[in-house]
Design a protein around this ligand. Structure first.
Ligand code: BEZ
Length: 383
């Protein structure tokens, strides 16, 4: 397994597998939520990151310091400041919440310590607030949802009602989806935003969605919010089909959602059922190591680890060299071919439309369609 992915990681034409021995230690700050509604996501990203480094046999090159953002913007900013100013990390990896990324952006830019974004999709961080020190290996909120807006309208859905948590990711995911959906001829009949991390009862929102008469409900929820939402959608016995940003039925927590998740159709940049040699090898190694299927969050952590090693091999271990090398990373990994667009520092990748289905007594992901090589517009980014 080790060599399959390692040899495919290229940067500036060099394979990562042929790296020079490192003489300097690289200090990495993992800045992720380990408590709160996104705790499972932070743990999954950490697992993926650790696996990439261990598998490459390079654990002794990296000192890893973890800090809990609690998915709260002021806490995330304080933790980033501590990692840079006190611990003197060379590079940071992490951030799950778009709100936390928004809060950290100016500090990262001014400190000139690179941040490899391993989840948070905040469009602005690779749009009008882009920075040479922010490189995203996960996704942007627009990148996941724009293709789904077009896809649904082109595949017969005429009207939708949207729901999402009331913070930057919720607003960006829904506005990207809605713009593409209406541009392709669909109509949004209603939209509501629910208090982030606090909504226990989705009943009134589901009732409004049903009463709107929309043909479909489209939502973004992740982590604990996704589990609650899908379970309540199931117990409400609502007939309107449920679509979403694929975090809704992530393999990380779909089992906790149970049968209510069956038939949910969603879009995402990775599902563990992709039939490629790179993904099969990754899934096998991940299962052997952790005993569970990997999720999009595991892959984001894994790819952050691969990108970091590739950057260190190319440029060296100091912050400036890592920042300069990161945008040149490209490889074929578990989720397919990917590259970093140097015009925005956001990843370019496939987006997969998938259904959650029951197979052999377990919930799994059935690939429905692939939208290849999705790239964001430059959208005001000036590096
Ligand atoms: C975000 O805040 O950007 C986000 C959080 C969880 C899943 C996906 C995106």
């Amino acid at each position: 397994m080790k060599s399959i992915l390692k040899n495919l990681v290229v940067i500036g034409g060099l394979a990562v597998g042929i790296h020079m021995p490192a003489f300097a230690d690289t200090k990495v700050g993992l800045v992720l939520p380990y408590t709160g509604t996104y705790a499972a996501l932070g743990n999954a990203i950490t697992e993926g990151f650790n696996m990439a480094i261990d598998e490459a046999g390079r654990s002794d090159e990296f000192t890893i310091i973890t800090e809990d953002t609690e998915a709260k913007p002021p806490v995330g900013l304080a933790k980033a400041r501590k990692l840079v100013l006190q611990d003197k990390v060379d590079v940071m990896v992490g951030v799950v919440s778009s709100g936390v990324l928004g809060a950290m952006r100016d500090f990262v830019h001014q400190a000139e310590v690179p941040l490899i974004v391993a989840n948070a999709g905040n469009n602005l961080a690779t749009g009008e607030n882009c920075s040479p020190y922010i490189v995203r290996v996960s996704f942007s909120n627009g990148q996941i949802n724009r293709p789904m807006g077009t896809w649904m309208a082109e595949n017969g859905v005429k009207t939708v009602y949207t729901l999402a948590p009331d913070y930057s990711a919720g607003h960006q995911m829904i506005s990207s989806f809605s713009a593409a959906f209406t541009a392709a001829g669909g109509e949004v009949l209603g939209s509501e935003f629910t208090p982030f991390g606090q909504t226990k009862d989705f009943g009134p929102y589901l009732a409004n969605a049903q009463a709107s008469g929309a043909e479909a409900i489209f939502v973004f929820y992740a982590g604990g919010g996704a589990i609650n939402f899908v379970k309540q959608y199931g117990s409400f016995d609502i007939k309107t089909p449920l679509y979403g940003s694929g975090f809704l039925t992530s393999p990380l927590y779909v089992a906790a959602e149970g049968e209510a998740a069956i038939g949910v159709r969603a879009s995402l940049h990775y599902i563990p059922t992709l039939e490629t040699p790179e993904n099969k090898a990754f899934v096998e190694a991940f299962m052997a190591r952790y005993g569970t299927m990997p999720s999009e969050y595991s892959v984001q952590g894994y790819d952050a680890g691969l990108a970091l090693m590739a950057a260190v091999d190319q440029g060296g271990t100091d912050s400036q060299s890592i920042a300069a090398a990161l945008p040149k990373v490209s490889y074929v990994g578990p989720r397919g071919a990917l590259e970093i667009d140097p015009a925005t520092n956001n990843i370019v990748q496939n987006i997969y439309v998938y259904d959650t289905v029951m197979e052999n007594g377990a919930l799994t992901q059935k690939l429905i369609d692939t939208i290849s090589s999705v790239r964001d517009d430059v959208a005001g980014c000036q590096m």
